[in-house]
Design a protein around this ligand. Structure first.
Ligand code: AMP
Ligand code: MG
Length: 293
């Protein structure tokens, strides 16, 4: 591991936090264990710790805690350690770890467009600051490095899929030289908490896709916050609302309307430095399907 890679990770965390503070955000400490965590839209091995008469989950994402935190403060971010015990078929994607960190942020009363603009500016600011500090190292590692131009293109998920087929994300990422957003993701591709559009089929949400085949680096959207809509969405996913009492009790007390996203730190650094594998971004990388230090 090159010591410069660690310096880039460290500077990334510093500059992303600095940018968000200037935008009026405050940083919260992470939640590591809770009876409530992200159900995700794909299956992973359970990471549950028995405790007294119950159990804790290790955090897969802080989505619900972000929503609850907005009752206290309207613009928040967390460098959130996530444990997702991904299945071993993901071992060779180059993009999956079972322990990673996302910069998870959420804004009360924001729209998707607000978050898209924020993410564009956050990515550009951080890349500029990294380039100022590590010009020679970055240019040596990444001959494609350049500061992206705003606005990043917004591409509708279903239009891209119709044009390029099942593998559209990989194909578009390979062709691209600028980051872009995939928007309006179909309901069945996402968790229940991203907000349903008027059309009843797609969500008011987005993924950020890095160019040069680095693929997805961020997911987010506007969120559901009303009880009836949330129960409707849980049922559409064949989830049993009785198993979600921790969350539904809070929704009944009311949670604010919001939008937000999570940006994977390791995937961002891999993209900036053109690294062959996400494991090259950290000292104690844990790949799916193996036990590592
Ligand atoms: P998600 O909301 O599931 O899309 O996760 C948010 C972001 O976290 C993704 O866009 C990635 O940048 C990052 N991420 C998700 N899962 C992993 C993983 N297994 N390994 C590394 N980064 C991940
Ligand atoms: Mg995602």
């Amino acid at each position: 591991m090159k010591k410069e890679v660690l310096e880039v990770v460290s500077e990334t965390i510093f500059r992303m936090g600095e940018f968000l503070r200037k935008e009026g955000f405050i940083e919260l400490l992470p939640v590591i264990i809770s009876p409530l965590t992200d159900p995700l839209n794909h299956s992973v091995n359970e990471a549950k710790i028995p405790y007294e008469d119950g159990f804790y989950h290790l955090t897969k994402s802080m989505i619900f805690h972000k929503q609850l935190a907005l009752r206290t403060y309207p613009k928040i971010f967390i460098f959130s350690p996530n444990v997702r015990l991904e299945t071993k078929d993901k071992k060779h994607t180059g993009r999956h770890l079972i322990e990673f960190t996302q910069l998870d942020l959420e804004v009360k009363d924001a729209t998707r467009e607000d978050i898209l603009t924020l993410v564009e500016n956050l990515i550009i600011y951080t890349m500029e600051k990294l380039h100022e500090k590590f010009k020679d190292f970055i240019e040596k590692k990444n001959p494609n490095f350049h500061i992206p131009k705003r606005p990043f293109e917004r591409i509708k998920y279903l239009e891209a899929k119709n044009l390029y087929g099942e593998d559209f994300e990989a194909i578009l990422s390979k062709k691209a030289t600028e980051p872009f957003f995939l928007i309006d993701i179909p309901i069945e591709e996402r968790e229940f908490y991203d907000r349903l559009s008027e059309d009843g089929k797609t969500l008011v949400d987005m993924d950020l896709i890095y160019p040069y085949s680095f693929q997805e680096g961020m997911s987010g959207g506007e969120r559901e916050n009303e009880l009836e809509r949330i129960i409707f969405r849980m049922k559409a996913k064949n989830m049993d609302p009785n198993e979600w009492q921790w969350y539904l009790d809070e929704v009944k007390k009311s949670i604010p309307r919001s939008a937000g996203c999570g940006i994977g730190i390791e995937r961002f650094v891999r993209f900036v430095l053109n690294l062959p594998n996400i494991k090259d971004t950290k000292l104690f990388a844990k790949l799916p399907g193996e036990i590592s230090l």
